[in-house]
Design a protein. Structure first.
Length: 272
């Protein structure tokens, strides 16, 4: 096969780089692409994409369902639910691992119209976060009798994540216990001030208080208790001039909003 010079028409060998007559420089022939190689390359690219997607799926599956929300990765660690049929209150305790700071704006139970009334804390920080979610006015009929529920959390960026929470046994009436011994003192105006610590497993209120053995009654303001440790301060007007012995321990009788009464020990320390 010969290569014809386009300038002078002289026939040159096929592998000639220049015309042997006029010196014209030939343009090298571009190598032909094999259609089979193109097909193999396209198939290889598709396989690579599929493998990458599967890898991401497997990582998410084994990590417990990582949710990427606005650059923040949130890994649900599970949770528990407790229902109080006496005040129709549902408490969720969930654990979330977050790589950044983001806010939970609301929570709901999937498949129901039950929505949260309180989320504490509502802002997730980097690391492990324990979150308590309260759902009020929850009826047994609406809740059902499932062993586990999906809690849907709506975040401040508008995205949602799902957390599976297992239902624990009904805990019935709230349990409130005193931690240590409180203190009691008398203010300059004669009012008696009591400070003590209570641990509660539910949201409940102190609706009344009295110093046992006296006619002193607490001011008629409701004091809320939340799940966990609560420091409580109560004032008792002492218009009748009751006296107390410094160093002595007195009992307070506290009425709760669920109808129960608890006893609290306080030590009188004198003037405040």
């Amino acid at each position: 096969m010969t290569k014809i010079c386009p300038r002078c028409g002289y026939p040159n060998p096929d592998d000639a780089l220049f015309c042997q007559r006029c010196g014209y420089q030939f343009t090298p022939y571009p190598p032909k692409k094999s259609s089979s190689k193109i097909i193999v390359g396209a198939v290889g690219g598709i396989i690579a994409v599929v493998v990458a997607v599967l890898a991401v799926f497997l990582v998410m599956y084994h990590s417990g369902g990582v949710a990427i929300t606005g650059g923040v990765a949130i890994t649900p660690q599970g949770g528990t639910l407790c229902y109080n049929p006496f005040n129709n209150e549902l408490i969720a305790n969930i654990t979330l691992n977050s790589t950044g700071k983001i806010t939970i704006t609301s929570a709901s139970i999937r498949g129901t119209s039950i929505s949260s009334t309180n989320i504490t804390p509502n802002t997730l920080l980097p690391g492990e976060n324990s979150v308590v979610i309260t759902f009020n006015s929850v009826t047994q009929q609406e809740l059902g009798n499932m062993q586990s529920y999906n809690i849907i959390l709506t975040l401040s960026n508008g995205e949602q994540i799902s957390v599976v929470a297992n239902m624990e046994e009904y805990y019935g009436l709230p349990t409130v216990n005193q931690v240590g011994t409180g203190t009691m003192c008398t203010l300059p105006n004669g009012t008696v001030k009591a400070v003590f610590t209570l641990h509660s497993n539910a949201n409940v209120q102190i609706v009344s208080g009295a110093i046992v053995g006296t006619e002193l009654q607490a001011y008629s303001s409701e004091i809320p208790l939340t799940p966990g440790i609560n420091t409580v301060t109560i004032y008792f007007p002492n218009t009748s001039g009751n006296t107390f012995q410094p160093g002595s321990v007195y009992q307070l009788s506290l009425g709760l909003s669920d109808g129960t009464t608890i006893q609290v020990a306080v030590k009188y320390v004198g003037q405040c």
